[in-house]
Design a protein around this ligand. Sequence first.
Ligand SMILES: [Zn+2]
Length: 145
Amino acid sequence: MGYMDIALEEAKRAMKLGEVPVGAIIIKDNKIISKAHNLKETLNDPTAHAEILAIQKATKVLKNWRLSGCEMYVTLEPCPMCAGAILQSRISKLHIGTFDEKTGACGSVLNIVQNDNLNFFLDLKWEYNEDCSNLLSSFFKYRRR
Ligand SMILES: [Zn+2]
């Protein structure tokens, strides 16, 4: 199973809770050190996005706020808040499963993670995993019903 598939498993756990299905995992030296999914509704916390929770877990595991050398796999393009947190955490590489044309901050609406005006550099890799977008569209279709 690829890393994006493992992030997708996390997204499905969010879906089961009625959360927007987004999952994120963090890898260091080819080992998964953190897994998280969106818990905004469950925790009543607008900052409880999968990426933020994954960063918080990873920094506890490493006992270091700097996640340089780590890679994140996330099923949906991060929003501005998460993109900012990813930069602050010094994550080295970001793999994105599908774009978010409404709030994506990695190129769709804004590009925070690769911006010459900010003093950060992040290696960005679009994976374009169809399952990531299908999961989201089925969630929103179900919720509209
Ligand atoms: Zn976010």
